[in-house]
Design a protein around this ligand. Structure first.
Ligand SMILES: Cc1cc2nc3c(=O)[nH]c(=O)nc-3n(C[C@H](O)[C@H](O)[C@H](O)COP(=O)(O)OP(=O)(O)OC[C@H]3O[C@@H](n4cnc5c(N)ncnc54)[C@H](O)[C@@H]3O)c2cc1C
Length: 299
C-alpha cells in the first residue's frame, strides 16, 4: 500500500547547499524507524530507487531531478542526546546539533565536526572528517535501514575509508552512536573556535558550495593547490565558478545549474591530468542522471 507520507515532485534544490537540481519524483520525511521501513519496503516493491538527503552539503542533483524516492529524516530520526559518554543521534541530526549536545554534556571528540555542515547520516556515508578527525574515529555503531529491515553495523562492517563507506543506495543510516570522552567545556569551545577561524580564513564558507569537489590525491599537492596551479581559480562555466578563494570549491554565482558544475568538474579533471598526470576523483555525490565525462584517456 502507498505510504500516506509520500509526496510527489518535490524540488530538491532547496535541500542542497549549492541550490541546484530538479525535483524528486517521490519524497517523504519519515519521523520514526517504522515510517522509514514502510517507505523502504514500498520503494522496493515498486522498484523505485531510494536516496537519503541530509543537508545536501555534498550533493549534486541532476537538473531534471531524481526519478526515485528522496528521504529526508525528521523527528526522532533527526534528534540527538547524550547518554553517558555516548552521543545518540538520528541519521538526520545535523552535526552542529550533535556538537552542541556533546559540548553541553562535557563530551569531547566531535570538535572536528564543527567544520562539516552535514548530518550524521551523510557523515557516515562519506566518512566525513576534518582536522585529523573523522566519523570512523568516533562511531561506535550505526543502525542501517533497508527494504529488508534494520541492523546495527560497526565502522568495519560499514567499510569506512577516506571519504567513503561501503553503504549502497537503498541503505539509510537511521541512527548512530558516537563514543566521546569527558572534556572540559571551555577546552571544547576553544578548539572549535580555533578550527572555525582556520576554516573561515581558508575556504568560501559564506558562499553556496558543496564542499570539496575532489578528494585529495596521492600527490605532494592537495586537490585545491593542483587546480590553483592549473590557473582555475575564478574559472566560470554558466552560473558556476571555481572559487577565487579555494580552487577545490565550486560556487553558485546566482543562477548555476548542476550541468555547469559538472562541466567545471570535467574541465578541472582534464587540466589536472594534462598538467600533473593526476586523475582527480570527485568527492561530491551525484543524484539522478548526472555523469562526469571520462578523461581524454578514457578513464
Ligand atoms: C562549506 C562546506 C565545508 C565542508 N567541509 C567538509 C569537511 O571538512 N570534511 C568533510 O568530510 N566534508 C565536508 N563538506 C562536505 C559535507 O558537509 C559532508 O560530506 C557531509 O558529511 C555531508 O552530509 P549531508 O548530510 O549534507 O549529506 P548530503 O550531502 O545530503 O548527502 C551526501 C551523501 O550521503 C548520503 N546520505 C545522506 N544522509 C544519509 C543517511 N541518513 N543514510 C544514508 N545515506 C545518506 C546521500 O544519499 C549522499 O549520497 C563540506 C561541505 C561544505 C558545503
Amino acid at each position: 500500500m502507498r505510504p500516506a507520507t509520500l509526496e510527489e515532485r518535490v524540488p530538491l534544490a532547496r535541500y542542497t547547499t549549492l541550490g541546484t537540481g530538479g525535483p524528486a519524483r517521490w519524497f517523504a520525511a519519515p519521523e520514526t524507524l517504522d515510517e522509514l521501513l514502510e517507505l523502504l519496503a514500498w520503494a522496493s516493491a515498486e522498484d523505485v530507487a531510494v536516496a537519503a538527503v541530509g543537508l545536501g552539503s555534498n550533493l549534486l542533483v541532476a537538473d531534471d531531478g531524481f526519478p526515485g524516492l528522496a528521504l529526508k529524516l525528521k523527528g526522532e530520526l533527526a534528534a540527538a542526546r547524550a547518554d553517558g559518554d555516548l552521543l545518540v543521534a538520528g541519521g538526520g541530526a545535523p552535526l552542529a546539533v550533535c556538537l552542541h549536545r556533546a559540548r553541553a554534556a562535557g563530551l569531547g571528540g566531535l570538535e572536528f565536526a564543527c567544520a562539516i555542515p552535514g548530518t550524521v547520516g551523510g557523515a557516515v556515508w562519506m566518512n566525513a572528517g576534518a582536522y585529523g578527525g573523522d566519523l570512523a574515529g568516533v562511531l561506535e555503531r550505526a543502525l542501517v535501514a533497508s527494504a529488508s529491515g534494520a541492523e546495527w553495523l560497526t565502522p568495519d562492517e560499514l567499510g569506512l575509508r577516506y571519504r567513503r563507506s561501503g553503504l549502497r543506495p537503498g541503505q539509510v543510516v537511521a541512527r548512530a552512536e558516537l563514543r566521546l570522552r569527558s572534556r572540559p567545556v571551555e577546552e571544547i569551545k576553544a578548539t572549535v573556535a580555533e578550527m572555525q577561524a582556520r576554516r573561515k580564513a581558508a575556504q568560501p564558507t559564506n558562499k553556496r558550495t558543496f564542499g570539496s569537489v575532489f578528494k585529495n590525491p596521492e600527490h605532494e599537492l592537495s586537490a585545491g593547490r593542483l587546480l590553483e596551479a592549473c590557473g582555475l581559480r575564478g574559472h566560470a562555466i554558466g552560473g558556476a565558478v571555481i572559487s577565487p578563494m579555494h580552487a577545490n570549491f565550486i560556487e553558485n554565482a546566482g543562477d548555476a545549474r548542476s550541468a555547469d558544475a559538472v562541466a567545471l568538474i570535467a574541465e578541472a579533471r582534464r587540466r589536472a591530468l594534462e598538467r600533473f598526470g593526476v586523475r582527480l576523483e570527485p568527492e561530491v555525490q551525484l543524484l539522478g542522471a548526472l555523469e562526469i565525462p571520462p578523461l581524454p584517456d578514457g578513464t
